[in-house]
Design a protein around this ligand. Structure first.
Ligand code: HEM
Length: 117
């Protein structure tokens, strides 16, 4: 998730912008995960990037209850895909992936090639 909704409990100022208590705010957490002050080359996909804490699963009392299941499902899914599709790679003749969405973001399509097993 890259966006969560909240209601401010107290008067606050964020980035110089006053926000009164009781205001509905849309927090773009995806932006925090691309914070150049925290992450080197934040908009570059780098699978070898040193691990750092992030807030893709939220934080605090509403942190994702399913994050361990989600990580397990992703690991099993990716391991299965990589085992079944040898030499999986982006199709160099396909269009570059376009990432879309606000709350949930992802490519609309991802043309790939793999070798016959
Ligand atoms: C990659 C997959 C997932 C991502 C990125 C994700 C992300 C998030 C985020 C950011 C929040 C916090 C929302 C907020 O602060 O308002 C959240 C909450 C939650 N997630 Fe996930 N989630 C994932 C998968 C799952 C799965 C598989 C389950 C359950 C099987 C789950 C159950 C929940 C629940 C119950 C909450 C609400 C927790 C609360 O408000 O106390 N999530 N998730």
């Amino acid at each position: 998730m890259t966006q969560v909704s909240r209601v401010t409990a107290v008067d606050a100022v964020v980035g110089g912008c006053p926000i009164p208590a009781g205001a509905g705010v849309s927090v773009i957490t995806g932006s925090a995960n691309h914070d150049a002050a925290r992450y080197d080359r934040p908009d570059e996909f780098d699978i070898d990037r040193p691990q750092q804490n992030h807030i893709s699963f939220g934080t605090g009392q509403h942190q994702c209850l399913g994050m361990h299941l989600a990580r397990l499902e992703l690991r099993v899914g990716l391991e299965t895909i990589l085992a079944r599709l040898p030499n999986l790679r982006l199709d160099p003749d396909g269009p570059p992936p376009v990432i879309e969405g606000l709350a949930f973001r992802g490519p609309t399509s991802l043309p790939v090639l793999f070798d016959p097993s």
